[in-house]
Design a binder for this molecule. Structure first.
Ligand code: CO
Length: 140
């Protein structure tokens, strides 16, 4: 079921500062503009790499899901990994059959790439928060 590694999610208190760091420390040159996803409570920006992406996420609003994470990790840190799947609903159902906890209502939501995503609880994945994302259809 698992497909490509789409991106690594990295939480940060400041996308601007993180972008500066990726540019200065690692020589990143291909970085998207940041934009806000109000329903998800995050600002988002992608650092494009030859084979994948780093998704920088910064809290937006008072009820951001990142607030707790940044309280524990004030400087930010690795937050999740995102794998592509062919069919998000099928993947969600399979994860549940295998006993995994799908976060939130479990209904897929539209993620930063405009395709539906779900999150699987880290307790089921060796401590790693896993995002599953339906492969963009245009890629086929
Ligand atoms: Co993500």
């Amino acid at each position: 079921m698992i497909g490509r590694l789409n991106h690594i999610g990295v939480a940060t208190p400041s996308i601007d500062e993180s972008v500066k760091m990726y540019r200065e420390m690692l020589g990143a040159t291909d970085v998207t503009k940041k934009w806000v996803m109000p329903e998800q409570g995050v600002w988002v920006c992608f650092v494009n790499l030859p084979n994948s992406q780093i998704e920088l996420i910064e809290p937006y609003g008072d009820n951001s899901p990142l607030t707790g994470f940044l309280k524990t990790n004030p400087k930010g840190g690795q937050h999740h990994v995102c794998f592509e799947v062919e069919d998000i609903t099928k993947a969600r159902d399979e994860m549940r059959v295998k006993g995994a906890t799908v976060l939130g209502t479990g209904e897929p939501r539209i993620g930063a790439h405009g395709t539906p995503v779900i999150f699987v609880h880290p307790k089921n994945m060796g401590g790693v928060l896993v995002e599953l994302m339906e492969t963009p259809k245009a890629a086929h």
